[in-house]
Design a protein around this ligand. Structure first.
Ligand code: SAM
Ligand code: SF4
Length: 333
């Protein structure tokens, strides 16, 4: 089967699958205090349906699959799903994005089930601030989770820090110091304006260039050849195992090289994170009993609608109000 190529000649190799929209945290940049409306249980894809869609994508050349949510470790029998996915021939990179609150319990079983690596979120090293940003999270659980992932050899462990001006931007140097010497990719990410009720006022936005400058003033960085499937460019401090990545979806968007699509927990194929009109309901097609051959054909056709770029404009954080009603937890960040 020929690879999955959109009309801008981008080859799609990366599928991100959300397996739940539920979460045990309420991060201030992701959702409002009261949470977001949740899917009905019966609308959430079964493991069998997820497996079918994953196989169709692998058949079309996708080799990287990342499981996300909501909080994916809340989904019952996640280990069973990872077992199932890791047995699909053609997936060379199977990973998970987790808030790591439950990771110390799951790291080893995930590894045994065939998971290759994990991404975790961590926005502060101060327990009270961490509690405030996540509205209830316990920092120690997350740090223990990261240690367990390293012990289980789920490497490289990637840590995502959403940098927010006036909230945690004064911690970026400390983060680097804290994780030095470990086989970790520490990635700094621009805060994207998402849910109407929860997105942070524009004054908290800080462009990645400013973060990078701050870090370069403290540490001499050299570019590495490491290039993952995602948008980060990696640097290292000479001789150190720690890698640093800077991700700037808003100030310097990387849509021209986007090789990714997302599947929501209820089976909507989302072609662009930041455009909700670009969704196709594969879950419904499965319910109607389409064959694997038709499913693959549908995906090939639908991919042609992947937009050239998102519509958010740096410096105009309000632009999202009119187009992004969901939250990252319901799409699968
Ligand atoms: N619950 C898991 C977690 O937090 O890692 C997985 C889902 S979460 C939606 C995936 C990633 O999206 C996290 O790393 C989180 O920091 C990021 N994220 C959520 N809202 C964001 C925003 N407004 N801007 C930038 N990143 C965001
Ligand atoms: Fe939950 Fe992840 Fe969103 Fe935080 S970023 S509220 S952990 S889904």
């Amino acid at each position: 089967m020929s690879p999955l190529i959109d009309r801008y000649n981008r080859v799609i190799r990366y599928l991100r699958i959300s397996i739940t929209d539920r979460c045990n945290l309420r991060c201030i940049y992701c959702m409002p205090q009261e949470g977001v409306p949740l899917l009905k249980h019966e609308d959430i894809l079964s493991f069998e349906e997820i497996g079918r869609i994953a196989r169709a994508f692998v058949h079309l050349g996708v080799s990287s699959i990342r499981i996300t949510g909501g909080e994916p470790l809340l989904r019952r029998d996640i280990i069973h799903l990872i077992n199932k996915l890791s047995s699909i021939k053609g997936i060379s990179d199977l990973s998970i994005t987790t808030n790591a609150t439950l990771l110390s319990e799951y790291a080893e079983p995930l590894k045994m089930a065939g998971l290759n690596r994990v991404n975790t979120s961590l926005d502060s090293l101060y327990p009270e601030r961490f509690f405030e940003i996540t509205r209830g999270g316990n920092l120690k659980d997350v740090l223990d989770g990261i240690d367990s992932a390293l012990k289980a050899d789920l490497k490289p462990v990637k840590i995502n820090m959403v940098v927010m001006r006036g909230i945690n931007d004064n911690e970026v140097i400390e983060m680097v110091r804290y994780f030095r010497g470990r086989p970790i990719n520490l990635r700094f990410i621009e805060c994207m304006p998402t849910n109407r009720k929860s997105f942070l006022p524009a004054r908290h936005f800080i462009p990645m260039e400013a973060v990078e400058k701050k870090i370069r003033r403290e540490f001499p960085l050299e570019q590495t050849l490491v290039k993952g499937v995602g948008p980060a460019h990696y640097y290292r401090i000479k001789g150190d195992l720690l890698r640093l990545g800077f991700i700037s979806p808003i100030s310097q968007h990387f849509c021209g090289n986007c090789n990714k699509v997302r599947l929501t927990a209820d089976g909507r194929l989302r072609l662009c994170l930041l455009q909700e009109d670009k969704e196709f309901y594969l879950g419904e097609a499965l319910q109607k009993g389409v064959s694997d051959r038709i499913l693959t054909r549908m995906i090939k056709k639908v991919i042609m609608a992947k937009p050239s770029r998102h519509k958010l404009v740096a410096g105009n954080m309000e632009s999202c109000k009119y187009e992004f009603k969901g939250s990252m937890s319901s799409i699968g960040g």
